[in-house]
Design a protein around this ligand. Structure first.
Ligand code: NAP
Length: 312
């Protein structure tokens, strides 16, 4: 039986470890502060932001949601970010993506002060990541590294294959695995013989946003499979194919009108992997936990600069 890598358990552990650090900050200085900026009515983004605010409240982090109108222009958005950069009570700024088309996302992400960039998306922090210097790391890949660590899955010397080369998942994931001394291959939509390359992976990370695309043919027997994908499917025929052995997931589709599936075929993972992250309950819960972690680290750094050092 493969090991199911339980993201909820790892999330709980991360949050438990952060508790005393938040308490120490609150006692010696003030609680950490996170500002979350959300534009528009995208239901997915609204749920993410609600969950982030809830996680802050549970941990004792002061959080604030800022919801400018969806018609906001880039210059106004930049002014808002500059204002948050100046605020002494804000340690972390999170801009919920995607932004509406009239807003220049790159300029906005560049405007966030690198010290408050708890998503790790600022070019300076990306540079720190590439160079292996300290700094906030993008939350989803950082959470995956924490999961591998807590399950004591060896990375050094392993062949790791990352499918997807986005700035927020694939690229930083590959770099973190590289820094942990894996031999890393990055795949994308132009990769030739993707199944063959994936089968080289002792650690296989799937982050394409393609429902259940990696079937048994892509998985090396005994691999550790990390499924980052979060795809909501509504087509009963597609669901019946993917969840052919999971009547409870098909029941979810019937009840809710949609069901969540990762980028890896769930049955293939169960049959071929030594360990894998389920969807839901694998990678998903880790992202918010690492956001909390980055916010607490940013607050600790600021407390130190303010002459109120709080040891992590
Ligand atoms: P993205 O920006 O759309 O990037 C997708 C990547 O996958 C691209 O590099 C693309 O290649 C590659 N790709 C697409 N189709 C492919 C194919 N047929 N064969 C090989 N490569 C292919 O997506 P993302 O933001 O990285 O997100 C990826 C998935 O992770 C999504 O399902 C997303 O919802 C999920 N996600 C989950 C969390 C979480 O907390 N669990 C967080 C973030 C993202 P090209 O570069 O060649 O186009």
């Amino acid at each position: 039986m493969p090991t199911i890598l339980d993201g909820n358990r790892v999330r709980d552990q991360i949050l438990r470890d952060l508790g005393p650090r938040v308490a120490a900050l609150a006692e010696a200085w003030r609680p950490p502060g996170l500002a979350v900026v959300l534009i528009g009515n995208d239901p997915g983004s609204q749920i993410y932001v609600r969950n982030k605010v809830k996680a802050c409240a549970e941990l004792g982090i002061a959080s604030e949601s800022i919801t400018p109108p969806s018609s906001i222009a880039t210059e106004e958005f930049l002014a808002l970010i500059y204002g948050l950069n100046q605020r002494p009570d804000v340690d972390g700024i999170l801009v919920q993506l995607p932004l509406p088309p009239q807003v220049d996302t790159r300029r906005v992400l560049l405007a966030v002060s690198p010290e408050k960039d708890v998503d790790g998306f600022h070019p300076m922090n990306i540079g720190n990541l590439v160079a292996g210097r300290s700094g906030p790391r993008p939350c989803t890949p950082a959470g995956i590294m924490e999961l591998l660590k807590q399950y004591q899955i060896p990375v050094a010397g392993k062949r790791a294959v990352v499918v997807g080369r986005s700035d927020i998942v694939g690229k930083p994931m590959a770099l973190l695995l590289l820094h942990a001394h894996a031999t890393v291959t990055i795949c994308h939509s132009r990769t030739v013989d993707l199944p063959g390359v994936c089968r080289e992976g002792e650690i296989l990370v799937a982050a394409m946003g393609r429902p259940a695309m990696l079937t048994a043919d892509y998985i090396r027997p005994g691999a550790v499979v990390i499924d980052v994908g979060m795809n909501r499917i509504t087509d009963p025929t597609e669901a019946a194919r993917i969840f052919r052995n999971s009547p409870e997931r098909l029941a979810t589709l019937e009840r809710k009108g949609s069901v969540l599936v990762g980028d890896v075929d769930p049955l293939a993972m169960q049959e071929k992997a030594a360990a894998y992250t389920p969807v839901p309950g694998g990678v998903g819960p880790l992202t918010i936990a690492m956001l909390m972690s980055n916010t607490v680290s940013a607050a600790e750094a600021k407390a130190g600069q303010a002459g109120r050092p709080v040891l992590p």
